[in-house]
Design a binder for this molecule. Sequence first.
Ligand SMILES: *Cc1c(COP(=O)(O)O)cnc(C)c1O
Length: 387
Amino acid sequence: MNKEKIWLSSPHMGGTEQDYIKQAFDKNWIAPLGPNVNGFEEDLKKYLSLNSTPFRGAGGVAALSSGTAALHLALILLGVKPGDEVLCQSMTFAASANPIAYLGAIPVFIDSERDTLNLSPIHLEEAIKDRISKGKTPKAIIAVHLYGMPYKVEEIQNISKKYNIPVIEDSAEALGSSYKGQKCGTFGDLGVLSFNGNKIITTSGGGALVTRNDANKQKAVFLATQARDDAPHYQHSEIGYNYRLSNICAGIGRGQMEILDKHVALRRKMNEFYKNLFASIPGIEVFNEPNEDYFCNNWLSVISVDKSQTNGISREDLRLFLEKENIECRPLWKPMHMQPVFSGTAFYGSGVAEEFFENGLCLPSGSNLTDDDRERIASSVKNCFKS
Ligand SMILES: *Cc1c(COP(=O)(O)O)cnc(C)c1O
């Protein structure tokens, strides 16, 4: 039996990536600037429709070395300072929250709701009211489209407007997703994308900041290139960072943009595969778009296991069974308020993120999985629930 590893999500090249890299080598554009960087930013702008409403031609994209760098710069652009409080979705990858700590600011974590697994509008507003009553108006809201599922865009926007607190939209997992036809990455005051190795497209490592105006894009690029003043010598009036994407990595990104929609379609097919597979297994829910306003790139397919309906087979039993078959699965992100590094941090919620962390499982979801892989996954899952 073929026991080669089936990965959760692995890089999937389209074929033209090396052409862009070859051009970079031929012209000696190896530095963190050059035609691929500009081209990749233009590709992203076009894909996100930044030239049409609601941006009316004003939006910008800054290609950066990582999504984490984009989050860090987003917080700086919003003026977050040491001691400020920043509201952040608790159930997420640590990279959503770490940049708050880089700045000496204080994270306040918020629970998820059940429809999208993302920021709960109820607990978000509860937290804002409580922090304001304690004399500390939060400086920003970090909202995440987890596993590519859009968060409750309108509810979050309304709260943001009501209390005048800007939203950083962590769309690291949601390139290719949309809400009511508008692309994820374009809803926040600032948007964050990631092109890390396991994301829906990859530059081997990279990210981008999506801005609503050109001034913020220019400021992000300025900060990402060591904040050099306009002078013939090296002069600095601000602290800068080395956060720009290289022209080589941007070349991979240009090739990947050509196949992005194809890969979204393939990941959505994986999600269909799981819906069919689990339809006949009681106690397993395949996580799904709440209604047709939501379009999910299905970066990762997620299930939750109710062991009261599976003859006692838990999420962890299933994960370990599949691991023995060399099929990689992973629990959902461990909520930040449960992480040792953030112990003692304020949290507003009612146990939803904790419950999904306990019962949820991410399944192999890559756009490069084969029919053979799917057959192996299906027979292993069936065997687990037979035993
Ligand atoms: C991957 C990811 C990031 C960070 O992106 P990097 O490019 O890996 O720095 C941030 N937030 C979320 C939700 C992510 O999944």
